[in-house]
Design a protein around this ligand. Structure first.
Ligand code: BES
Ligand code: MN
Ligand code: ZN
Length: 496
């Protein structure tokens, strides 16, 4: 989709549909009012007739304006004027794009930049318009030979006033970068495991790096990984016919000597559970176990596109977790790069086994902070559902920065503790630590495990098992989260 800005009066624009907002109690927004006046009070008349009340997410299409140059007007309800929160604004945007999709037009102009949203500026509003619209028109058909009809909408014009132009322009740059990052992340996650292998993931990351002159990439092969002593990571991959890869992206937008933000993403391109095999029902969805890695790739692409003045390193340990004669067995003890030995009590707790070595490797970049992202535990879904990602970490300031970014990005997080007491659960009779902690507090014990490898730097862990994917049903597929959150965090860091 093509996104652009237009400052011309609404009735002078070349567009198939103009989207304007009205508030509850029949109050028109500035743009709705101007378009109403130009069209013999048509909106006011329809309000009086009772066709729309202005409740949040209501829509009314006026598709015939015989004495006007305007082809169609889509009126969107926002709710009470003083009470429009970020969430309500996004909800109204969702209903708007749903209505636009239904009428199958090729272009639309969105004039919802003039709506007052609590605590948010026009840059933020522009970004949300692009993110929500782009998310809604995403269609995955790469693996279909009989294609669904394409979505007609090709061009979204964002209406700006003279005064708001610079903020809308900034929002356009950020919004398109984040939306494209989400598209890439979703595409990689939706691609099945027989297409999206560790090798494929490395190729895609290479493509992203080659599109920016500030990004470089290094892909470490199994022999390199072995030479580094990553016995834990390699033990997971041993049961797979696909070679493991350690993908390292390096974006240098900041000063040479400024410490990088390191993002580490779990890149399990298929998680069958290994010898601790998962049940068959829903196992197909374990192709999304590489969403942490895909989020790192999408976020780095967005950072480069926004030309952020910071340094960011992305590390993606990528492999499959399969049952095999040579796979990890329950009870096996492996030695991590950090030297700690690990008793593998459940081969399905493999994410932490590949992440721990990547987290040790992260030290070599002298990181400012390290943030890892992983579809790590089903327990996170039990604890928090699919609304927030789980947040755990060893640094309050970093966690608070992430919470603030999540609020702005409407990509929510909820923090859980990793207190000393929980570490008890990972004790092993045969190794330095066990890879599982039993039934209780599964998300926390997973983070406790990782924390043993992150003691030398400021670190946060995001468990995205519940938020990176919509399960089952007709909406099954990747969400692109938490690309918006991480992009926002990087924007905040770049702005000091
Ligand atoms: N990739 C899974 C976690 C997961 C489960 C993500 C459901 C998304 C939806 C992870 O590798 C895993 O299997 N974790 C186990 C850990 C357990 C064996 C301690 C789990 O959550 O069941
Ligand atoms: Mn698993
Ligand atoms: Zn997994």
């Amino acid at each position: 989709m093509d996104y652009s800005i237009e400052t011309l009066a609404l009735d002078k624009q070349q567009t198939d549909c103009i989207i304007v907002g009205i508030y509850e109690n029949q109050q028109l927004s500035t743009s709705a009012n101007s378009i109403d006046k130009l069209n013999q009070d048509i909106i006011t008349q329809l309000i009086e007739r009772g066709d729309i009340k202005g409740k949040n997410a209501e829509t009314l299409l006026i598709n015939h304006l015989p004495s006007s140059s305007i082809k169609r007007i889509l009126v969107v309800g926002l709710g009470e004027k003083e009470k429009i929160t970020a969430k309500l604004y996004r909800k109204a945007l969702f209903s708007a794009i749903k209505a636009v999709k239904a009428i199958k037009v090729k272009s639309a102009t969105c004039a919802l930049t003039d709506i007052e949203v609590k605590g948010q500026d026009t840059c933020w509003k522009t970004r949300q318009i692009i993110e929500v619209f782009n998310d809604a028109i995403y269609l995955f058909q790469d693996t279909k030979s009989i294609k669904d009809p394409e979505i007609e909408l090709e061009k979204l014009i964002i209406s700006a006033s003279e005064e708001s132009t610079s903020l809308v322009e900034m929002g356009l740059v950020q919004g398109t970068a984040i939306a494209k990052g989400m598209d890439l992340t979703k595409m990689l996650a939706d691609l099945p495991g027989n297409y999206c292998t560790p090798t494929y993931l490395a190729e895609q990351a290479t493509k992203v790096a080659s599109n920016s002159n500030k990004m470089s990439i290094e892909v470490l092969e199994e022999s390199d990984i072995e030479a580094l002593g990553m016995g834990s990571f390699l033990s997971v991959s041993r049961g797979s016919r696909q070679p493991a890869k350690l993908i390292v992206l390096n974006y240098q937008g900041g000063a040479k000597d400024s410490k990088p933000i390191v993002l580490v993403g779990k890149g399990l391109t298929f998680d069958a559970g290994g010898i601790s095999l998962k049940p068959g029902a829903g196992m197909d969805e374990m192709k999304y176990d590489m969403c942490g890695g895909a989020t790192v790739i999408g976020t780095l692409q967005a950072a480069a596109e926004m030309n952020l003045a910071i340094n960011v390193v992305g590390i993606i340990p990528s492999s499959e977790n399969m049952p095999d004669g040579d796979a990890n067995k329950p009870g096996d003890v492996v030695t991590s790069m950090a030297g700690l030995t690990i008793e593998i009590l459940n081969t399905d707790a493999e994410g932490r086994l590949i992440l721990c070595d990547a987290l040790t490797y992260a030290k070599k970049f002298n990181p400012e902070v390290v943030i890892d992202l992983a579809t790590l535990t089903g327990a996170c879904l039990v604890a928090l559902g699919r609304i927030p990602s789980g947040l755990l970490g060893n640094d309050d300031a970093l966690c608070n920065d992430l919470l603030a970014a999540s609020e702005t990005a409407c990509d929510s997080l909820w923090r859980l503790p990793i207190w000393e007491e929980y570490h008890e659960l990972l004790k092993s009779n045969f190794a330095d630590l066990a890879n599982i902690g039993g039934r209780d507090a599964g998300t926390i014990t997973a983070a406790c495990f990782l924390s043993r490898f992150t003691e030398d730097y400021r670190w946060a862990h995001l468990d995205i098992a519940g938020t990176a994917w919509r399960s089952g049903g007709k909406n099954k597929g990747a969400t692109g989260r938490p690309v918006p959150l991480l992009s926002q965090y990087l924007i905040n860091r770049a702005n000091g």
